[in-house]
Design a protein around this ligand. Structure first.
Ligand SMILES: C[S@@+](CC[C@H](N)C(=O)[O-])C[C@H]1O[C@@H](n2cnc3c(N)ncnc32)[C@H](O)[C@@H]1O
Length: 334
């Protein structure tokens, strides 16, 4: 049984609602791709199910186009090659970040040859990393333009933050959410990352309060809020459990000093946790909300949490973000 049939069968134990299913192209879909580097070539960091097809066809075409040139440059230079073990790519659709990760400290000589890559390969931005060291040769942040609902949003990201990995399904996930949304007032968003959903959804709510525990993501989100001239989003670095404690008035945080939490009238909570799913504190917090939007990258913990949340599924979309693997992404209104 394939992964979609398997999940739909499991889901039928929880709801009679039929899921909407969104498929991805089988190639060129990954906006982020991580490769090992060994014996002068790229090697795919193999997924647990070991079922990748031709790995070079998975990244978005803008990444695919520069991969051979970058490899030639690396293989021409002993300085670039030595102790290099990983190369991570991410793309805005045109501009690509290439992060070269080493088991050695990067010195002047490395900077010199990395500058040559930066100058000779179009649309690349090179970053070198090793233990406790980062050397940026090009810009560190890239800007994704998300076109949606006749508007476009500029979303900054860099190599230290989460960003939606499937170039094609990302905007379909946003459309699914906005189509299902009913009676929006204010939104509480947990695990907001650098604002992949926060920024496009802000126009649908009066105000948004968004939290996340990664400081790089929060810095980027704050910059993107300014870039897009949005005035109805407030964001603070708080973990899921800290957010729950703050809203229950169990703890005070200096980071919340300038925010008037009493002014919010939340109609919805949106959560997009890592694979481990929701903490018990977040489950309890969610129970106080009339409407919940749960984005999950792990159907197993999603189904576990549905039981703990004691909520019914009102609508659900399944997004096959990683075709050829066992992974599925779920967006549910509860
Ligand atoms: C699946 S990502 C979703 C990010 C964002 N919603 C997006 O689509 O770009 C999960 C996010 O949760 C954050 N995170 C992980 N553990 C967390 C925690 N305990 N509290 C708050 N945020 C956490 C990660 O840094 C990451 O940005």
């Amino acid at each position: 049984m394939n992964k979609l049939s398997k999940f739909c069968k499991e889901l039928s134990n929880f709801t009679k609602i039929k899921p909407e299913i969104y498929l991805s192209p089988a190639t060129g879909y990954r906006a982020r791709a991580e490769f090992g580097f060994s014996k002068s070539s790229y090697t795919m960091v193999v997924d647990e199910d070991k079922k990748y097809m031709d790995k070079s066809s998975i990244p978005h075409t803008s990444i695919q186009q520069l991969m051979p040139n970058l490899l030639s440059k690396i293989n021409e230079s002993e300085t670039l090659q030595k102790k290099l073990f990983q190369i991570n790519f991410r793309t805005s659709g045109t501009k690509c970040l290439a992060t070269l990760i080493y088991h050695k400290q990067l010195k002047e000589e490395w900077i010199h040859v990395a500058k040559d890559i930066q100058e000779s390969i179009k649309n690349i931005s090179v970053i070198g990393r090793s233990k406790k060291q980062k050397v940026s040769i090009g810009p560190e942040d890239i800007e994704v333009v998300c076109n949606f609902d006749n508007s476009s949003f500029r979303i900054l990201q860099n190599d230290l933050v989460f960003f939606q990995p499937n170039f094609y399904l990302y905007s379909l996930m946003i459309s699914f959410i906005t189509q299902q949304l009913q009676e929006p007032n204010d939104l509480l968003e947990l695990y907001c990352g650098c604002g992949g959903f926060t920024l496009p959804l802000a126009s649908k709510f009066k105000k948004v309060f968004a939290t996340e525990n990664n400081r790089h993501s929060i810095r980027l989100l704050k910059e993107s809020i300014k870039l897009n001239n949005l005035s109805n989003i407030e964001t603070v670095r708080l973990s899921d459990n800290e957010t729950a404690s703050a809203l229950a008035n169990k703890r005070t945080f200096r980071r919340l000093e300038n925010i008037n939490m009493q002014s919010y009238q939340f109609s919805h909570i949106l959560v997009d946790p890592p694979r481990a799913g929701l903490s018990d504190e977040t489950i309890n917090l969610s129970k106080q909300f009339k409407n919940m939007i749960y984005i999950s990258c792990n159907p197993e913990t999603f189904l576990r949490d549905i039981v703990k949340l004691e909520r019914n599924i009102k609508s659900i979309g399944i997004f096959d973000q990683f075709t050829n693997t066992q992974h599925l992404e779920v967006v549910a209104f509860l």
